[in-house]
Write a protein that binds this ligand. Structure first.
Ligand SMILES: [Zn+2]
Length: 227
């Protein structure tokens, strides 16, 4: 099942050429750029972007801290959004958004919603593009101003403008960010896991690393054959 999911995400991911075109298509629009920066570089998902608030940013550390949970008020007129109505964490009549990820068993034996996806803050200063974009976003907005659905619309419009080869989804952009992280951290699965928010020894990390090793071997083979 995990494999299918993984493959699906990869099928909706841009190649490097299209990734650059998407960046160009985002252009100077701060919201477009923020969507690209968070998904395609920082491996964040759509829910994180939609629920983003300025308080998540610690500029002195250069990091985005994604909370374990946050009261959801991003629906119509400050109500709970449809996603959180369905999947949110309900406590004493209050509905919280929480990052997607694996539900882990707490030591007490109670199911806990603390997920591995958000255990590590995102280091937005790792890339000049994400640093510039996050700084501009913080200067302009206190919270993400559009709905979850609008993120897809924005992305579709950018993909059309960029004339990319295939359909691009936020999940696919996250997949691109993970591959990119493998390149940056030279196949170090633990570093990548910390970067994208996976649990240590994650199966997903192993799958992605296998792909990365394969691609690397392939590229080296191509280089050798050209000599
Ligand atoms: Zn919500």
């Amino acid at each position: 099942m995990t494999r299918t999911k993984n493959t699906k995400a990869k099928n909706c991911a841009p190649d490097v050429e299209d990734a650059n075109k998407l960046k160009v298509a985002a252009g100077g629009d701060i919201i477009n750029a923020f969507i690209i920066a968070c998904t395609m570089y920082l491996a964040m998902d759509k829910g994180m972007i939609a629920h983003w608030r300025k308080e998540w940013i610690k500029p002195w550390e250069g990091k985005i801290y994604i909370p374990d949970k946050q009261v959801c008020d991003i629906g119509h007129g400050g109500s709970t959004c449809s996603y959180c109505k369905k999947y949110g964490l309900k406590e004493n009549g209050v509905i919280f958004w929480h990052p997607k990820g694996r539900t882990v068993e707490a030591e007490s034996g109670l199911k806990s919603f603390i997920t591995h996806r958000n255990t590590q803050p995102r280091e937005y200063r790792l890339f000049p593009y994400t640093q510039e974009t996050v700084e501009r976003m913080v200067a302009a907005y206190a919270r993400f101003p559009l709905s979850n659905r609008e993120i897809n619309r924005r992305l579709d419009a950018m993909a059309t403008k960029a004339k990319v080869k295939r359909r691009i989804t936020p999940h696919g952009l996250r997949s691109f960010a993970i591959d990119n992280a493998f390149e940056i951290f030279q196949g170090d699965a633990e570093k990548v896991s910390r970067f994208v928010g996976w649990a240590p020894g994650s199966d997903m990390a192993k799958e992605y690393r296998n792909d990365w090793n394969y691609q690397k071997a392939l590229n080296e083979g191509v280089k050798r054959s050209l000599i």
